[in-house]
Design a binder for this molecule. Structure first.
Ligand SMILES: C[S@@+](CC[C@H](N)C(=O)[O-])C[C@H]1O[C@@H](n2cnc3c(N)ncnc32)[C@H](O)[C@@H]1O
Length: 213
C-alpha cells in the first residue's frame, strides 16, 4: 500500500502547547511542568502521524502521554492532531528519543514505553542505526517503573527477533509476553497508522510486551 502525502495542517491551529523542542523541555526533567499536572507518564518512541497518542490520550484521561518524533513534519502533524482534539494530556517532542532517554528521563519514572514499527534500516550495515539497540533497551529498562511495560511491535521479523534477543540479553525485563491481535471495530481502530497499513495489506504484525519486575 503506497504511503500517502501528509494532509495540510490547519494554519489557524496553535501548536505551542502540544509541540515542543529539546530547548523547551523542562530541565531538570519535570513532567508536571510540561503537562501542568502530575499523572502516570507513558512515552511513545517514533509517534509518526500520532494515531496512538490521540487514541491513548482520549482512552486514558488520567494518564499523561509523551510522543517523541525525530522527523519535524511528523512531529508537527501528530501535535496538530492533539491540538485539534484539545487534548491536555498529550505532548509531542521533536527530538531524538535516544537522547531523551539517555540524558533526561530518570530511573523508574515511566508507566509504559511504546515502540511501534520503528524504522527497520534494511541493510545489514545500517542495523546500527536501529533505535532498538543495546544502549536504548537498557535505558528503557532503567526508566520503567516496577510493574510497567515496554510494548514493542514490528512487521519486520528479523528486527523483531533481534530485539527480543537484545532485551533478554541486556535487561531483566520479564517477557516476551504474548499480545493477541484484536479485530478492528472501525476504520481507525488500530494501534498506529503503520499497523493499519500492514493489516489492511494482509501483512503479519509481530507484537511483544515486556514487564519490569
Ligand atoms: C516507520 S515509522 C512508524 C510510525 C508510527 N510508530 C506508526 O506505527 O505508525 C517510524 C517513526 O519513527 C521515527 N523515528 C525514527 N528514529 C527515531 C528516533 N531516534 N527518535 C524519535 N523518532 C524516531 C521516524 O521519524 C518515523 O516517524
Amino acid at each position: 500500500m503506497a504511503r500517502r502525502a501528509l494532509r495540510k495542517i490547519d494554519p489557524a491551529l496553535d501548536l505551542s502547547r502540544h509541540l515542543k523542542t529539546w530547548q523547551e523541555l523542562p530541565q531538570p526533567w519535570s513532567p508536571a511542568h510540561l503537562f501542568g499536572r502530575d499523572a502516570p507518564l507513558e512515552v511513545e518512541v517514533g509517534s509518526g502521524k500520532g494515531l496512538f497518542l490521540q487514541s491513548a490520550a482520549i482512552g486514558a484521561p488520567h494518564r499523561n502521554f509523551l510522543g517523541i518524533e525525530i522527523a519535524h513534519k511528523y512531529a508537527r502533524y501528530a501535535a496538530a492532531r492533539l491540538a485539534k482534539h484539545s487534548l491536555t494530556n498529550a505532548v509531542v517532542i521533536d527530538v531524538d528519543a535516544e537522547r531523551v532517554f539517555a540524558e533526561l528521563l530518570p530511573d523508574a519514572s515511566l508507566a509504559a514505553v511504546h515502540v511501534y514499527f520503528p524504522d527497520p534500516w534494511w541493510k545489514k550495515r545500517h542495523h546500527k542505526r536501529r533505535v532498538m539497540n543495546d544502549r536504548f533497551v537498557c535505558d528503557v529498562a532503567r526508566t520503567l517503573a516496577p510493574g510497567a511495560s515496554l510494548h514493542f511491535w514490528s512487521d519486520v521479523r528479523d528486527y523483531f527477533d533481534a530485539t527480543i534477543e537484545l532485551i533478554s540479553a541486556h535487561t531483566s525485563l520479564e517477557g516476551p509476553l504474548k499480545v493477541d491481535e484484536r479485530p478492528a471495530e472501525h476504520d481507525l481502530d488500530y494501534r498506529t497508522h503503520f499497523e493499519r497499513r500492514k493489516r489492511l495489506g494482509g501483512e503479519p504484525v509481530y507484537r511483544a510486551e515486556f514487564r519490569k519486575r
